[in-house]
Design a protein around this ligand. Structure first.
Ligand code: RIB
Ligand code: CA
Length: 305
């Protein structure tokens, strides 16, 4: 089993990614760490605990950054994408469990030092927690086995601006810290995630299973598909951004990658843009093609448990 620290900003696709990971025997989830992003960090932590409760699994949750490295609180929110509660307005009551007291970046540092060359960090929100961890303890950089990041738009347009993807524009300086650190990053950007679509017809199949979590996931995902239908007319589903990062942590053969260096634009109209170049010993594995149908079948075989 692959030991994983899973860094989330739990909105709807994070929740689907969590369920996929929690139901995957290849992954050993050491802890979830939470970040502001789709919602505030307090809401992301609550949502992460709520999803764990729905899936019926116990994994410790560590609250992390409430704001960006250098820009204070993030402007705006993603409530039009993920709902007022971040889970498509499905949350009926607060979860029973509570987060651990340790700060998320400190949990990352502790775990990586305890298990050198063993841990995969899977990050599907703004990169603030990981940036804080490596700024505080740069000695962990060569000890991290792998970092799989959902973020960026290298050869395609952005989704938060014409240039930038949401997780990167949420904290561009944090992303720049991570991409320039030498960490062994696989970048799962819009280049591939916009090709992995969950069709609405699947929600009916989930409801018909009568599994405990199925109605929750179907209701939540219906809200998310509604956003995609209004914003990308004719798209035929919602993009499985964060679940694809989980899929690649389980089976990297879902994608083709190209080695690049990535610079993040931190000023001006193109802020948050991830610019790839192949010169100077490129270190980041950028996903450029995906076997979308094979990935979708794998995701569907696990997400509802
Ligand atoms: O651009 C997609 C990403 O932004 C996903 O991680 C989604 O959850 C949002 O955070
Ligand atoms: Ca996310």
């Amino acid at each position: 089993m692959k030991p994983i620290i899973f860094d989330v900003d739990t909105g709807i696709d994070d929740a689907l990614a969590m369920a996929y990971a929690l139901n995957s025997p290849e992954l050993d989830l050491l802890g979830f760490t939470t970040c502001f992003g789709n919602v505030s960090v307090v809401e992301a932590t609550r949502n992460t605990l709520a999803v764990l409760e729905k899936v019926g699994k116990q994994v410790p949750v560590y609250m992390g950054a409430k704001q960006t490295l250098m820009r204070g609180e993030k402007d705006g929110n993603s409530k039009h994408v993920h709902g007022e509660d971040g889970l498509g307005n499905t949350l009926k009551k607060a979860p029973m469990a509570q987060a651990e007291s340790k700060f998320a970046p400190d949990f990352m540092i502790e775990q990586v030092k305890n298990r050198p060359h063993d841990i995969t960090i899977l990050a599907v929100g703004p990169l603030t927690n990981l940036a804080l961890a490596i700024k505080k303890a740069p000695e962990i950089i060569p000890l991290v086995k792998e970092v799989v990041i959902m973020g960026g738009a290298v050869k395609v347009p952005g989704n938060a601006s014409p240039y930038a993807e949401a997780n990167i524009i949420a904290d561009p300086e944090a992303a720049e810290v991570v991409f320039s650190s030498g960490l062994p990053v696989t970048l799962v950007g819009l280049d591939v995630t916009m090709k992995t679509l969950l069709p609405k017809t699947k929600l009916k199949e989930w409801r018909a299973t009568e599994q405990k979590a199925a109605k929750f996931f179907a209701d939540m995902t219906e809200f998310y598909i509604g956003f995609y239908e209004s914003n990308y007319p004719g798209i035929g589903g919602c993009a499985l951004h964060d679940p694809l990062a989980v899929g690649i942590a389980i089976d990297p053969s879902f994608v083709v990658t190209e080695s690049m260096n990535i610079k993040v634009v931190t000023e001006g109209e193109e802020v948050g843009r991830t610019v790839g170049n192949v010169e100077d010993d490129p270190k980041i594995q950028v996903c450029t093609e995906v076997e979308a149908n094979r990935f979708l079948d794998h995701f569907l075989s696990r997400v509802i448990g």
